[in-house]
Ligand binder design. Sequence first.
Ligand code: FE2
Length: 338
Amino acid sequence: MALTQPIPTLTGLGSLPATSHPLVQYRSLHPTFGADAFADFTTITQELVDEIKMGLAKYGVLVFRKTGLSDAKHVEMSHLFGDLDDIAPFVKGLGQENRLSSDFLFDVGNVNPDGTVMQPGGMRDLLLRCNNHFHADSAFNPRRAGISLLLAHELPPAGFGGDTEFADTRSAYKGLSEEQKEEINDWVVCNSQLNCRRNANIDDNGKLNPLLDTDEFDPMKHRFGKHKLVQTHEPSGRKNLYIAAHAHHVEGLPIEESQQKLNELLSHAGNPEYTLRVEWRDPGDLVIWDNTCTLHRSIPGTFAGKYKRDLRRTTVHDTSTQAWGLNGEGATWRSGLD
Ligand SMILES: [Fe+2]
């Protein structure tokens, strides 16, 4: 689909560099971030990927419809974005089975290795519930994720839910009071995937699901991915609030007190004025986002246990100067496998 309209300028965002023959066109979805994007994926080139990256620097989230991409093309294009994270350590470390054709594809849908629909209440369902809370991919690992590319393969019928919601953390930072900005400016956050997984399985009475009430799922018994809370998002030069449901505590502050403050910040970032909901419509729909200036979460729906929601993600390692946080460049451990 070709659009001839100029790239819109959004509130608080700069304009994209003008190119004589743009390979990507945009239509904004929200006053401060997010755009429908239009490109031809028949031939995937570095030039196309570089242009998408420019769009991401501005919009943070790009929605491409009916791309026609296969698993192989998805992975091929992702390699042009940078070094990719892979699931091999988890397959090896946890004995998980990879039903997909590549270890660069993260299986974030609800399809079991045997092809059946995952049923609610099983361990894999409990662990994936973390994805229903606002997070940035791999904030818990020593090297965090930069860009994620999520491709739809099979979707529930319309009306059964399963959207993905995004939050604009650059605008969320901007929306803090000057006192808040000063208080949090030097905070280092200790992130754990286990923290998110446990919090996603606490019932209305505050009781943790016994299946996760073990040392294996105790964040304090494993390593934390440490990252600064306030950072400059280097592709845009704007300040960003790097908060996620993985955030367990602030280094050097009492745990309970800092958890309360981190929860307040996460709740602030999820304020409706900073969020955008994306509906998955067709197989081939592709959403690309920058984890270092946005958050995302999946929205539960009545499809659960009935229909497949088969979404596959590639994850590009961050290449900014903040990529390794305070974890030591080159660290090879992975959250939950240490
Ligand atoms: Fe995610």
